[in-house]
Design a protein around this ligand. Structure first.
Ligand code: GLA
Length: 508
């Protein structure tokens, strides 16, 4: 609570008197389409300046646990039920400006703090928020049948990293056009996945529809299929998605049928607001995911099933048993070296035992080409994901892509490692400070090896055959230089730039 004490002291020292009180109900509407979503803010300031109330959004409720108002300024700390049976606290601050209130929302995922303008709907002290209903606990379900898909890690594109709420029918068609034309499809990228913000409210029969950004989902699927590609979509087991849109809670079978009727080939199913309705234990989460796994199978259409619950509650232990083909292992990636390298190098070890044909650990979608890293860093991103047998879902604007980025995404020799039929996820076999060696056995008896340098200066990195698990002299090929490097005995050493990689294949 240091943040709170410091801000409260500043507030007492510097705020000017304001005739108005922030007490009352406030509303902010936001939208990237025709679907209005709103956030309600309820504030009650007592005579000593203490603040109670809440922030209510479609996908969360934040209850104020401590707050202070002085003049036209308010600060508060609010708490919500988070995943893993924990509470999450967030810091808010607000300034009253006439009949508007500007609220600085806490950062969320990769989104920095955002200022949202609220309009007053009442000046009366709001009633307290009723306690949340008890959470639903479910028994661990029987295993759901394997859907037989994704024998190698899925490859394609996803809208979220670049477009977030700005994705629409036109963007998806143009991305499909670009993939068919620019070598992405030829390199193996087939899924064109629409992430969050496509949904509209349900109709009177409870059918989910798409909002005005997607006027005809079936026609869009036909278009994408016409390009020899496949279409993916997104939902949540909770009532709302992470961006606050309609999700599949209590409509699982109905939604799976709708997706099948549209011609959808892939579903990303994101936990989000499910934590508001379901008990935070592995059996319940498994049961919630099994429901959709069953529903997809029952729909009669082949759809890759992508679990997104940020790696909680030992998902590797049960992801395959809910018919899942891949499951996220961490929170959201962002287009920064720190985020990508932490997720890729630090958070994957230990999960390799769960990867096998049909069932993959997902360290999140690619940021290659989004501009926040250098080409050297993006090459490291690609190499590490290929060694990890990770799904390769490009996350950049493929309509307008630099040749050097396209070259990284379509490196056939790196992709062959990712798509290797043995399906063995690579592991770190040696670490010396910032220098790491990762290796992965391949179906032809060879090994793919990454010599990584996470440090700030170029360095020589040595891969020892004994660490990789091979002996004697072997032919070495550099998978980025696309060049044979002759035979190497017992080890291979290369000069690796800062944040860079040399990726090789050691022949059998
Ligand atoms: C979560 C997921 C992201 C993305 C957004 C969409 O944060 O982890 O990958 O799907 O939701 O709202």
């Amino acid at each position: 609570m240091r943040w709170f004490r410091l801000c409260a002291a500043l507030l007492a020292a510097f705020t000017l008197a304001s005739a108005q009180s922030p007490t009352g109900k406030w509303i902010a509407k936001y939208s990237s389409d025709d679907e209005a979503r709103e956030i309600v803010l309820a504030l009650n300031v007592d005579s000593g300046g203490a603040v109670t109330g809440y922030v209510l959004a479609p996908q969360y409720e934040d209850r104020i646990v401590e707050g202070k108002a002085s003049g036209g300024q308010v600060i508060f700390v609010a708490e919500r039920d988070a995943n893993n049976n924990t509470k999450r606290r967030s810091n808010y601050s607000a300034v009253l400006e006439g009949d508007k209130l500007k609220l600085t929302m806490p950062p969320s995922g990769n989104r920095p703090p955002q200022v949202i303008e609220f309009t007053r709907t009442s000046a009366e002290a709001p009633a307290p928020l009723p306690p949340a209903p008890p959470k639903i606990a479910l028994a661990a379900p029987a295993a759901v049948r394997d859907n037989g898909l994704a024998r190698t890690p899925p490859m394609g594109w996803n809208s979220w990293n670049k477009f977030a709420g700005r994705v629409n029918d036109k963007v998806v068609r143009e991305i499909a056009d670009a993939m068919a034309r620019n070598g992405m499809k030829a390199a193996g990228y087939v899924y064109v996945n629409i992430d969050d913000t496509w949904e509209s409210a349900r109709d009177s029969q409870g059918n989910i529809g798409a909002n005005s950004k997607f006027p005809d989902m079936k026609a869009l699927a036909d278009y994408v299929h016409g390009k020899g590609l496949k279409l993916g979509i997104y939902s949540s087991p909770g009532p709302k998605t992470c961006a606050g849109y309609e999700a599949s809670y209590q409509h699982e079978a109905q939604d799976a049928k709708t997706y099948a009727a549209w011609g959808i080939d892939y579903l990303k199913y994101d936990w989000c607001s499910a934590s508001r309705v379901y008990a935070p234990d592995a059996a319940t989460m498994q049961a919630a995911y099994a429901k959709m796994g069953e529903a997809l199978l029952a729909s009669g259409r082949h759809m890759v099933y992508s679990l997104c619950q940020y790696g909680m509650l030992d998902v590797g232990e049960w992801g395959a048993k809910v018919s899942g083909n891949l499951w996220r292992t961490t929170g959201d990636i962002s287009d920064r070296w720190q985020s990508m390298s932490h997720i890729g190098f630090d958070l994957q070890p230990g999960r390799e035992k769960y990867a096998a044909p049909g069932h993959w650990n997902d360290p999140d979608m690619l940021e290659i080409g989004n501009g926040g890293m250098t080409d050297i860093e993006y090459r490291t991103h690609m190499s590490l994901w290929c060694l990890l047998a990770a799904p390769l879902l490009a996350g950049n604007d493929l309509r307008d892509v630099k040749p050097s980025i396209l070259e990284i995404l379509t490196n056939k020799e790196a992709i062959a490692v990712d798509q290797d039929k043995l399906g063995k996820q690579g592991v770190r076999v040696a670490k010396n400070g910032d220098l790491e060696v990762w290796a992965r056995p391949l179906a032809d008896g060879g090994h793919a090896v990454g010599l990584f340098n996470r440090g700030d200066a170029a360095a020589k990195v040595t891969a020892k055959w004994s660490d990789v698990g091979v002996q004697g002299a072997h032919k070495v090929r550099d998978l980025w230089a696309h060049a044979d490097r002759g035979k190497a005995k017992d080890e291979y050493t290369a000069e690796v730039p800062s944040h860079g990689v040399v990726m090789i294949k050691i022949a059998k």
